[in-house]
Design a protein around this ligand. Structure first.
Ligand SMILES: Cc1cc2nc3c(=O)[nH]c(=O)nc-3n(C[C@H](O)[C@H](O)[C@H](O)COP(=O)(O)O)c2cc1C
Length: 194
């Protein structure tokens, strides 16, 4: 069965462009996969603590315990359960939301999502990922990635995920052409899923 893990991270629970585009993606994905399952993870609504030394030490030594280890196990379990991952990501102060970074700090874990043997090898190479990146200004260089895509691609590659599609929406603070850009993005989502 196809399972989509949707990870939202906008601090806005209403009127969020990234959440709206995520809703649109999931609607189209459900049409393509009527028997598919969607797992929802939300780094704003659900507690996503920062990585602490206690937790990091417990990542490396199975005799040590940290309460956040249980959350880390749960988040990694959701990744393994999924065949596809959708990340909706706004830009805050030139980067990804701190809660989304905290999420990745909890799932990038040796022997769980990657191993170090003659270099780093990611363990999630059978997954596909989709990144919806949204920002108020324009940050990509023509033909290149925007900074959110660059960062998220490095993180996903570390876990072995290389099959990644990109759906950027830049310039949400510039009302001119925003509805046109949104429609174009919706079209590219439909094309990708068909
Ligand atoms: C705290 C904060 C920081 C932001 N920093 C940036 C930024 O560095 N560059 C940018 O282009 N837009 C920035 N924005 C604008 C958001 O990226 C933009 O409003 C986007 O649409 C937010 O996603 P959302 O609509 O899904 O909430 C910032 C917004 C907030 C709330």
């Amino acid at each position: 069965m196809n399972t989509l893990l949707r990870i939202d991270s906008s601090l806005r629970l209403e009127d969020s462009h990234s959440r709206r585009m995520g809703d649109y993606f999931v609607k189209q994905w459900n049409i393509k996969h009527p028997d598919g399952a969607v797992i929802q993870r939300d780094t704003t609504r659900q507690s996503t603590p920062h990585l602490t030394q206690q937790t990091f030490d417990a990542f490396l030594d199975e005799n040590l315990f940290s309460e956040d280890l249980l959350l880390s196990d749960q988040l990694i379990g959701e990744l393994y359960q999924s065949s596809e991952i959708l990340i909706t990501c706004p830009m805050y102060n030139y980067g990804i939301p701190s809660s989304l970074k905290a999420y990745f700090d909890l799932v990038i874990r040796t022997k769980k999502t990657f191993v170090s043997e003659n270099g780093i090898k990611g363990l999630l190479s059978d997954k596909k990922a989709h990144i919806i990146s949204v920002m108020g200004g324009i940050h990509s260089i023509p033909g290149g990635m925007n900074p959110l895509e660059t960062h998220l691609t490095s993180i996903l590659n570390l876990m072995g995920i290389r099959d990644i599609t990109y759906f950027p929406l830049e310039g949400t603070a510039i009302p001119d052409q925003l509805s046109e850009k949104t429609e174009l993005l919706e079209t590219s989502i439909i094309k990708h899923l068909n």
